[in-house]
Design a protein around this ligand. Structure first.
Ligand code: XMP
Length: 598
């Protein structure tokens, strides 16, 4: 099968490139930036990804120069574009004007095959503070921007191309065309479909497991169920032991639903460990999100060890399986040069050590959710299971915020006074924090809540939300208060950690939301719908945030503009429970906030 290799220098979107190439029906794999060219001698084309550093910095990722001599087409994207110039005799310098976001490019000459079908002016997505200032020998400039002269460069004879922008993100409308043109230049066959994934994995899985068996922690979600199916099909049911850990932090009645799904799928090798009490005990008195995540991740591993001992499994005969997918890895800072946004439960340091020892097997770790779903469909999983919303491994554990004391922001009143709008609003900065992502890095900052007597349109709200997070450094989320049109006098912060009562409250409210979304037929339109419990509110009762989002692969997301009537119905049902005092709606896209709050 023809292959395109993507050499990863640590950009948050590096794996999107491989995803896009696979969507164009060509098999694509990620390899480290400094791979020995001998290992990719079967390449039909090479793409150099973006990355967070500058090529001239000490320790910046480099490529082996010999890849330019393999005789196959090379496309450099952003940092990869700089690597081309840097390695072939050009020059790279800091930009006078850095470019972030949508940018116009102007065509100088358009006679390159890689630009077929492009217009003289195109809008592309940029994210760079460094640029190519001198071209290597035989290179020409094809496009420029107002501030960056060498936005697209090429040596057509050697078939080496560099683009300063990101063709892999959907914001670059001509991006797919450029990638498609590159594949034409590579002369590859377009015969890869997602069902080939299992054939591709077969050899790797057999090679990695040798004659060992696999102990798989499965959550019943689509990722781990697909992993379970792939492993069971390739190795046979008797070489795979599936363990579902009931953390007590699942959705209402979820464990029963998962058990039934597994029985229906014929998994006679599926087992359940009831560990709700252990999880709550381990999380007693814990407030900080990363600490919660690490404790939960470690406990999963302890339970896996406990079961291995109980079952007398010889570690020499077993490896551990996980249903990790790509965003879990990249956001945990898992590629060599990427920064950490949050530690996903399957990426705690103990697991990282086991990965180094070669005892962890993760068959779908390079796929995105949409691809996992396609593999699931090709393996015959029923629709309800394939289209289940993603649910994080730590479950409601990261949707129940904890606090020791009010986290007061010193300049809150300045921000509150500075939020100007002709929409007639009141606002307040909340004395809690949540996780966000900006400029490829983690933030942990405050939300601001908006109160309206006449609620504006979703578009106006989105505009206002973007304006607030762009203008106020300390704010990474914007909420619309659904329960109170007028700002209450004092919103209190309660001293709370994770307890059974709080889990039950959230389960009940989450159940109301999911029931309504299913009844409205919105399970596919809404990509994921976290419901989050906040330790703040009125009259000793807490508050809840609704966080519906649409997304392709979780790396970026937009808040979902839900029908107001449906939202009103959900609000009334939630407030009627009498369990919470305030209800909010999260108006923030990702970036600047993440999908989950922790
Ligand atoms: P964020 O919150 O980073 O989440 O925008 C991106 C996607 O990942 C899910 N998520 C997790 N999934 N283990 C998982 O398996 C985790 O620890 C974890 N944390 C977040 C999140 O629900 C969203 O779909």
């Amino acid at each position: 099968m023809d292959k395109i290799y993507v050499l990863d220098s640590g950009g948050q979107y590096a794996h999107l490139i491989a995803n896009r190439i696979r969507r164009l029906k060509v098999f694509s794999e990620i390899r480290p930036n400094d791979i020995d060219p001998k290992e990719i001698s079967d390449a039909k084309g090479i793409i150099l990804s973006g990355g967070p550093q500058s090529v001239y910095e000490d320790g910046a990722p480099q490529v082996d120069k010999r890849i330019f001599g393999l005789g196959v087409p090379v496309l450099g994207i952003c940092y990869g574009h700089h690597l081309i110039a840097h390695n072939l005799g050009g020059k790279v310098d800091e930009c006078e004007v850095k470019e972030y976001g949508l940018t116009e490019i102007y065509g100088e000459i358009l006679d390159s095959k890689i630009l077929e079908g492009l217009n003289r002016k195109e809008i592309v997505w940029m994210s760079h503070g460094t640029e190519v200032t001198k071209l290597p020998h035989n290179f020409k400039t094809y496009y420029r921007t107002k501030n960056c002269y060498n936005a697209v460069i090429a040596d057509p004879q050697k078939r080496i191309y560099g683009v300063q922008f990101h063709p892999e993100v959907t914001h670059t409308k001509c991006g797919v065309k450029i990638l498609d043109n590159f594949l034409k230049i590579c002369g590859v066959r377009r015969d890869w479909v997602i069902s080939h994934f299992i054939d591709e994995e077969r050899e790797k899985i057999i090679e990695q497991t040798k004659d060992k068996k696999v102990f798989l922690l499965t959550s019943g979600g689509v990722d781990s169920t697909v992993t379970f199916l792939v492993l069971s099909e390739i190795l046979g049911l008797d070489r795979v032991y599936g363990l579902f850990v009931d953390t007590g932090l699942m959705r209402k009645d979820e464990e029963r639903e998962v058990e039934k799904n597994m029985q229906d799928l014929g998994f006679t090798n599926f087992h359940i460990a009831y560990k709700g009490k252990e999880f709550l005990k381990a999380l007693e008195g814990v407030f900080e999100p990363e600490e919660k995540r690490k404790i939960i991740g470690r406990l999963f591993l302890d339970i896996q060890k406990e079961y291995s001992d109980k079952l007398n499994l010889n570690p020499k005969e077993w490896v551990i399986g996980q249903g990790t997918i790509y965003p879990d890895t990249i956001e945990s800072g898992g590629s060599k040069h990427a920064s950490k946004i949050k530690t996903h439960h399957n990426r705690v340091s103990e697991i990282e050590d086991l990965i180094k020892k070669g005892v962890i097997i993760e068959p779908i770790k390079d796929l995105y959710k949409d691809e996992v779903r396609e593999v699931g469909i090709s393996l015959g999983l029923k629709k309800e299971l394939v289209w289940r919303h993603p649910f994080p491994g730590p479950g409601l554990g990261v949707r129940i915020l904890c606090s020791k004391e009010p986290d007061t922001l010193h300049n809150a009143s300045e921000i509150e006074g500075g939020i100007k709008s002709d929409l007639g609003i009141e606002n307040t900065v909340l004395n809690i924090k949540s996780v966000g992502v900006q400029g490829d890095a983690r933030t942990y900052r405050h939300p601001v809540a908006l109160f309206f007597e006449d609620t504006p349109s979703w578009d106006n709200l989105e505009e206002l939300s973007t304006e607030i997070t762009n203008n106020f450094y300390d704010i990474n989320r914007v909420l619309l208060c659904l329960s109170h049109p007028v700002k209450p006098k004092k919103i209190r912060v309660y001293n709370k950690y994770l307890t059974h009562d709080r889990v039950e409250v959230l389960q009940e409210i989450d159940y109301i939301v999911m029931k309504n979304i299913k009844a409205a037929g919105l399970i596919r339109d809404i990509w994921q719908f976290p419901v989050v419990l906040l330790p703040i509110g009125l009259d000793n009762k807490e508050s809840v945030v609704l966080r519906p989002v649409c997304s392709m692969e979780a790396m970026t997301a937009n808040f979902y503009k839900i029908d107001w009537k449906l939202l009103d119905k959900i609000k009334n049902e939630i407030m009627d429970t009498g369990k919470i005092s305030m209800l909010f709606f999260d108006l923030t896209n990702k970036p600047p906030s993440t999908i989950e709050w922790e």
